[in-house]
Design a protein. Structure first.
Length: 253
């Protein structure tokens, strides 16, 4: 099996490693031995760990999963030139990674919070020679989609990367609305969970506009609620959220 070397042992690295164990030989590099041992135990399998101290990355396939502001510190402790770097560093362009760590190729990946459940929507871009392998690796934590440019990846970051926060706000607000009308909190929460679970499956086969039309009968309850959402500017608010997050992603880059 091919070996993947994780530089960094945080939550995202752990989620990805759990999805890949048994499909790749895995090794992990970090600064704290106790945390590395815990990582090893949680992933399971026969994985190796190394302390980040003059670690040689020559001819290795790297998954770079450190915090972006730790990139320079990590750079000083790596020797050699990697085959490829798969970076999950938010707001860190390929050019910056190339100036810090030597590698023949770089691929950027933007997983989201659902990676911990192997249900991430991960977007990718970078060296086309590693497109298929990148898709294989990140499909282990959910769905993966290759994009044509870093600009598109930054837009996707605003949508899929930040999206769980926006959907969490909507889910909480809908449940709050039901509680306001007299539904018990536990019941409102359970119903909201079921709503989102079912809707996710519907969305895989049906366009959102058709889903809306399928539910909205003339003069009915859905039409009344939908009109209230439009009056409150929910659609425009969602569009502005993507724009603001994209602008911030560009600033971070």
């Amino acid at each position: 099996m091919k070996t993947l070397t994780f530089i960094g042992n945080g939550n995202m690295a752990l989620a990805i490693a759990k999805g890949l164990v048994g499909k790749y030989d895995i090794e992990v590099v970090g600064r704290n031995e106790e945390k590395l041992k815990k990582f090893q135990q949680e992933v399971g399998g026969n994985i190796k760990y190394f302390l980040l101290d003059s670690f040689n990355i020559s001819n290795k396939n790297i998954i770079l999963a450190v915090k972006p502001n730790n990139l320079e510190e990590v750079r000083a402790k790596l020797d050699g030139k990697a085959n490829v770097i798969y970076s999950v560093l938010a707001g860190t362009p390929i050019e910056k990674i190339q100036t810090h760590i030597q590698s023949d190729a770089v691929v950027r990946a933007m997983p989201n919070l659902a990676a911990s459940l192997q249900a991430s929507m991960t977007t990718l871009t970078g060296d086309e020679d590693y497109k298929e392998e990148a898709l294989e690796i990140f499909s282990a934590i959910g769905e993966a989609l290759w994009l044509g440019s870093e600009k598109e990846l930054d837009i996707a970051t605003a949508l899929a990367g930040s999206g769980p926060a926006y959907l969490a706000l909507i889910a909480e607000a809908l449940a709050d609305g039901a509680v306001k009308q007299g539904l018990k909190r536990a019941d409102a929460t359970k119903i909201t969970e079921g709503l989102f679970n079912g809707f996710a499956k519907l969305l895989q086969t049906t366009h959102p506009a058709l889903l809306k039309d399928g539910v909205m009968s003339p003069g009915g309850t859905t039409a009344a609620g939908y009109a209230a959402l439009e009056e409150a500017g929910v659609r425009n608010g969602c569009m502005q959220a993507i724009e603001a997050a994209y602008k911030r992603a560009k600033e971070l880059s």
